[in-house]
Every structure is written in structure tokens, then in C-alpha cells.
Design a protein around this ligand. Sequence first.
Ligand code: 13P
Ligand code: SF4
Length: 308
Amino acid sequence: MINEIKRLKKEKNAVILAHNYQIPEVQDIADFVGDSLGLSQEAGRTNADIIIFCGVHFMAETASIISPNKKVLIPDLEAGCSLAASINAEQLREWKAENPEAVVVSYVNTTAEIKAETDYCITSSNAVKVVNSIPADKKILFLPDKFLGQYVRAVTGRNMEIWDGACHVHEKIGDINFDAAREAHPSADYLIHPECGCSSSCMLKSTMYDNCKDIHIFSTEGMIHHVETSPKNEFVVATETGILHRMKKLAPEKEFYPANENSICEYMKMITIEKLYNSLLNDEFEVKVPEEIAERARLPIERMLAIV
Ligand code: 13P
Ligand code: SF4
């Protein structure tokens, strides 16, 4: 099946993009593995006719918005995201109607319909920069991730309402007991995804206290970069465990410990080699954002890609 995937990919001029949480076999056959921002950038750059998106639905939608002339396929349409599902367009329109002067800032984990109602999209790595670029007198509606929102509000001091949304995988990671973890792994660095339940307090600690300089808040690709460039040899990783495959491949001499080994996103794991093969063979399942929505969603995404 892997040989057939390679053959079909060439024959159809397709590119396989895979998120850092995909199963090892899918990561290994992908042309590009990365975080949501990197995958969006790659979707915009590629010369392929077909993009096979091995990730979740909102990511394939973002690729379709950025590359409207390419065919974007996702191997399983059920691969959703609990964070993106925590707000729908009707709820956002009501929230905006209650706050007509406010600026809407949305994390990239949102549906295309939400992006179409958004002023600025952000990723975990540029959230503070984007919010600081908005005129200081403007109120901000921040969605959907409450943990990232709490951190951005604390750092920027902005007048900000925050949607009560969370990712079920990261929320469960909860508060990390650093004293206990440091006893078990005294020289480790702590890599924490901003969607984690503890991230807002961790982010503040890492910026405020010298004895917390081993705490690093990163998007998944930021974690990969840190592992490659850090002189440290041990890392406690607080995010979905699929990323450990890539870390071990890139730095086999280093040790990685999941903060919670049950942090598994069942949506990301829906993509299998068999479904990837069927997707290539039968051109299934196309994700096409209607142009009237895509047109409105493009501006906040372009703003996100411009402020990195
Ligand atoms: P990244 O953009 O950091 O890859 O995060 C995407 C995601 O879904 C995290 O759960
Ligand atoms: Fe969504 Fe959470 Fe899965 Fe990421 S890990 S895709 S935020 S449900």
C-alpha cells in the first residue's frame, strides 16, 4: 500500500501534508510534517494539483481557503476538533451583536464560517504580537481557547472577553506538578502547548520567575525546533503524544517523557494508511470552502500569516 501511495502521488501530482500528531506511518510517508501554521504555509506554496491533508477538518479548510484552485482532500471527513466545535457561527454573530465595536480575534482552530466572521486569526506563536497590533482603545472578543486567551489578556493587559472553549485532549493534561516532575527528571526542559489546562499559569510563571526558565510554551513545531536546537537531553512534553515520534526521529540520542501518556487526539488518529491510499486512489474526500465564505475568511488568515 505504501508503494502504491508513492506511485499514485507521482502520477496525480499530489502532495501529502501531515500534522505532528498523525500516526507514525502517516508522518513517515508525508512530504511535509508540521504544525497548523506550517501546514497552511506549505499549502500556499505547493505546486501540486492535489493536497492530501492528513490532519483535522479545520486545517483542510484553511488549505482550501489559501489555495482555492487546488483540490484539497482529507482521508476521513469525521476527523474534527473539539476546540473548533466549541463555537458556531450563530453564537459568534450573537456575541458580536452584543459588542458591535469589538475586534474579533480567533485562534486558527476554528471552522471556515467562524474565520469569515473574524478580524484577525492567530496561532499560539503570534497571539500576543497580533493583539498588540490592534489599536489600544479597542475591546477584543477572543475565541475559542480560554487558556490561550487568559494568557494573552494577562500579558497585554487588554480589555478582552474570552470564549469558554477548550481542547478536550489538552484540558485533561491539567496542572503539572513541577516539583514532582523536577525530582523525576532534574535536568529536563518542559515543553507545554498553549492549549493545555495549565498553560496560562505556566506561561506567566515562565515570564515572571527565574526558577521557571525551563518552562517553554510552544506550538507543536516550536517544540520540534526547541528539541533540535536545545543543548538539553531530556524533555517533558505536554501535548498530544503523536509528536514524540517526530522528536525521537530527529533526536534519537535524547529522552522524551509525555506529561500525560493518555493525551491522544482520536480525531487525528482517524487518518490511517488505508484511508490515505483510498483518498489518493478515489480523490476522496474533497474539502471545498464555498467562495463567499472563503473570500471573507482569507483576510484574517492573511493577517495571521503576515505577523509571525
Ligand atoms: P499546532 O498549531 O501547535 O500544531 O496545534 C494544533 C492543534 O490542533 C493542537 O492541538
Ligand atoms: Fe483539536 Fe485538540 Fe485534537 Fe488539536 S488535539 S485537533 S485542538 S481536539
